[in-house]
Design a protein around this ligand. Structure first.
Ligand SMILES: NC(=O)c1ccc[n+]([C@@H]2O[C@H](COP(=O)([O-])OP(=O)(O)OC[C@H]3O[C@@H](n4cnc5c(N)ncnc54)[C@H](O)[C@@H]3O)[C@@H](O)[C@H]2O)c1
Length: 349
């Protein structure tokens, strides 16, 4: 059924880089969405999207929000750039979906979270793994058989300037390799696992981190000025008494990938790959329950929950709002603080 114009949610994008291409296929083919405006500080990127999808073009989020009537915004910007676009949305009263991580400065992030909560706006944070069937099946079982132990990791290769390497051909290469801009691999990428730890097990009270450094620096084709930790191990104590360990590595291109294991008294949950396929083993039973991770439909599922909430005012299908996403970001940033101080850090939410 074709939606009437009145039923359309007018969306503006803030940030038109790589991840916009994960959200646009669904948004641009939804009858109830109008792509009304595109904004990027590199205005050519906004122009490119507008040429394809229509809509006005801006180089500044405040200008876009002040001069265009929008029902919702997507904030799809690097870690270091958060704050001003969210505050512009609060000022304009425009609900927003924001990609992870939600900021880089813990103090500012806590202040921002308070401002956003006080605004009462509908918000969503881009932790799309929370929408996976595999993850939610485990969450249901973990409610009755709580986690005792968790371990997870994202292991991959370094950001190189070799031809065809993702980081050398995409805008992300301009900020991801620099810790002061991205927060580092643990904060920028492994935060997906950090968020799942919170979603499945609950809040973390304390973290302690070690890092490995200097291995990538030996590579001749490493991005210039690169200063990320090659690997991190981060130990965690959960509020429910469970313990966990999450690792990041961007110095080992072979045989790595994404995994997450969660052990309870009666079940073991073994997630693998970016899609988070899960095998659930139950004590005393042969075989296991197998749930394939959603692949093509995971961003559309996340987008749909947000767009439906904006249309109806019912935010109950949003699985991670801004305040909750801020908590996962503060937890990941606490690991960096532990590295700096060499001490365990109590996580302040
Ligand atoms: N959910 C996921 O799995 C997933 C995957 C990839 C990226 N991301 C996240 O999405 C965010 C963006 O990543 P990306 O790969 O699109 O990066 P990118 O560098 O490709 O794109 C970011 C864009 O934001 C623009 N920008 C920067 N500051 C801005 C501002 N103040 N106002 C407007 N535009 C601004 C940049 O010019 C750039 O075009 C990151 O936080 C990243 O972690 C999430």
């Amino acid at each position: 059924m074709t939606a009437t114009p009145k039923e359309k949610v007018r969306v503006g994008l803030i940030g038109c880089g790589g991840i916009s291409n994960a959200h646009l296929p669904h948004l641009s083919t939804s009858d109830d969405v109008e792509l009304a405006a595109f904004c990027d500080v590199v205005v050519e990127r906004a122009e490119k999207h507008a040429a394809k999808y229509g809509g006005q073009v801006f180089d500044d989020a405040s200008k876009m929000l002040n001069s265009t009537e929008l029902d919702a915004a997507y904030i799809l910007i690097p870690t270091y750039a958060h704050g001003a676009p969210e505050r512009a949305c609060v000022k304009a009263g425009v609900p927003f979906l924001v990609e992870k991580p939600l900021g880089i400065n813990p103090e500012d992030l806590r202040a921002l979270s308070t401002e956003v909560q006080e605004s009462g706006l509908i918000t969503a944070a881009g932790f799309m793994n929370r929408y996976r069937k595999s993850v939610n099946r485990s969450k249901e079982l973990l409610a009755a058989d709580p986690a005792i132990l968790l371990d997870g990791a994202w292991i991959g290769g370094p950001p190189l300037v070799k031809e065809g390497d993702y980081f050398s051909t995409q805008p992300i290469g301009l900020w991801w390799p620099f810790k002061e801009k991205s927060g580092g691999q643990f904060v920028e990428q492994v935060i997906h696992t950090v968020d799942l730890a919170r979603y499945l097990v609950g809040d973390v009270t304390e973290v302690f981190a070690y890092a490995a450094n200097g291995f990538n620096q030996k590579l001749p084709n490493l991005i210039k000025g690169y200063n990320l930790d090659d690997a991190m191990v981060v130990s965690m104590r959960f509020a429910n008494g469970a313990v966990g360990n999450i690792m990041s590595c961007c110095a080992a291109p072979q045989g790595g990938g994404v995994f997450l294991n969660v052990w309870g008294s009666h079940h073991t949950h073994k997630f693998s790959d970016w899609a988070h396929h899960v095998q659930i083993h139950r004590s005393g039973e042969k075989g296991h329950e197998d749930i394939a991770g959603d692949i093509d439909d995971i961003f559309p599922t996340e987008d749909r929950a947000f767009i439906n909430a904006v249309k109806s005012g019912d935010r109950s299908s949003i699985k991670c709002n801004h305040a909750d996403g801020v908590k996962s970001t503060l937890l990941a940033l606490a690991a960096n603080e532990s590295l700096e101080t060499g001490k365990p850090v109590t996580v302040k939410y």
